[in-house]
Design a protein around this ligand. Structure first.
Ligand code: ATP
Ligand code: MG
Length: 314
């Protein structure tokens, strides 16, 4: 089973307009609401692929109902700690201009010390039946700065492999728990390593560097590069993956979908390069989906054939 931990989930509220005009009145043509947050997305796509998964973290207030409903509908076990504060709603505005959506993200509710303690107790319980724990996203006010280090060590002690997908100081602290699988995008990896990542060569060097910095037995480092694809390093080699060419509507959640695709591939015994193809297909399928919508199985299966992965000799 995969346990995902989303400390600061959200309801994504997408507003679709013809042509977004700042400082003017915009007529909204369509509104969509969906459950969001990195771990929530990973669990949803993993479940869509047929995997067994539970999602935990903190949920409270009216937005919690929307998220619980989506989890139930999509076959993800709801293991969230229910809190006194209110889960945030993030807004995005999309139009037909072909530019990326404008997003407005709130910082999230205050988490009480007792709620944080409850999460740790619950995670120890969930760890018993888990093979992987996916830790990701931002930290809400009130949780310790080194939340991902604490959680990473908790899961490792229970023999569960850890995936980390965070940015900035949350990521730096999480790296101290020696995650087994990381998937920053090129900008996040570039900030972590302090090097530019634009060409294939720079991406390959960076992913090898990241691979050396993580621990664990499996050790998978991936750098995702949007429509350009992704590079992956494992004990078995280095691969350069090209994404299928798709009409892009919104890439929100593409990285999370890629993690779910790769994990599902590895967990069903596929070799790393095949797992990467599933990741490329799932990421592209989500990029084709409006708003915060996520990849669906038939689309992922179609795109799998178009994803290309080449081994890189280093
Ligand atoms: N426009 C696109 N066309 C095709 N594939 C895409 C596109 N955008 C993303 N993907 C696929 O999804 C993967 C992950 O995307 P990206 O690098 O944007 O992740 P990310 O920035 O971590 O996303 P997020 O954090 O919003 O989930 C890419 O490596 C690629 O395979
Ligand atoms: Mg990401």
């Amino acid at each position: 089973m995969l346990v995902s931990v989303t400390l600061n989930p959200c309801v994504d509220h997408a507003l679709f307009v013809e042509k977004f005009a700042v400082g003017d009145t915009n007529r909204v043509m369509r509104v969509e609401k969906d459950a969001g947050g990195k771990g929530v997305n990973v669990s949803r796509v993993y479940a869509e692929l047929g995997g067994d998964t539970a999602a935990t973290g903190f949920l409270g207030g009216p937005a919690a109902g929307t998220i619980c409903h989506v989890l139930e509908h999509e076959g993800v076990e709801d293991a969230f700690v229910k809190i006194a504060g209110e889960t945030r709603t993030n807004f995005s505005i999309e139009d037909n201009s072909g530019t990326p959506p404008t997003t407005l993200n709130s910082k999230g509710p205050d988490i009480l010390p007792t709620e944080w303690e409850k999460l740790l107790v619950d995670c120890k319980e969930l760890a018993r039946g888990a093979r992987w724990a996916a830790l990701g996203g931002s930290l809400p006010p009130g949780v310790p700065d080194d939340a991902f280090k604490i959680l990473g060590e908790l899961f490792h002690e229970a023999g569960v492999r850890v995936i980390l997908d965070a940015d900035g100081f949350a990521q730096k602290h999480g790296m101290l728990a020696s995650p087994d699988f990381i998937k920053p995008n090129a900008a996040e990896a570039s900030r972590l390593l302090g090097v530019p990542i634009e060409s294939d060569l720079e991406a390959v060097e960076a992913v090898l560097n990241l691979h050396q910095r993580i621990g664990g037995g499996t050790k998978i480092a991936v750098i995702s590069r949007g429509s350009s694809g992704a590079v992956m390093a494992t004990e078995g080699g280095v691969w350069v993956g090209r994404s299928p060419k798709v009409p892009t509507t919104s890439t929100i959640g593409s990285g999370d979908s890629m993690i779910a695709g790769i994990l599902w591939g590895i967990d069903t015994g596929k070799p790393p390069e095949v797992a990467l193809r599933w990741g490329l297909a799932a990421g592209a399928a989500t990029a084709m989906t409006d708003g915060s919508g996520i990849a669906r199985l038939p689309m992922i299966e179609d795109l799998y054939d178009e994803a290309i992965v080449e081994a890189k000799l280093v």
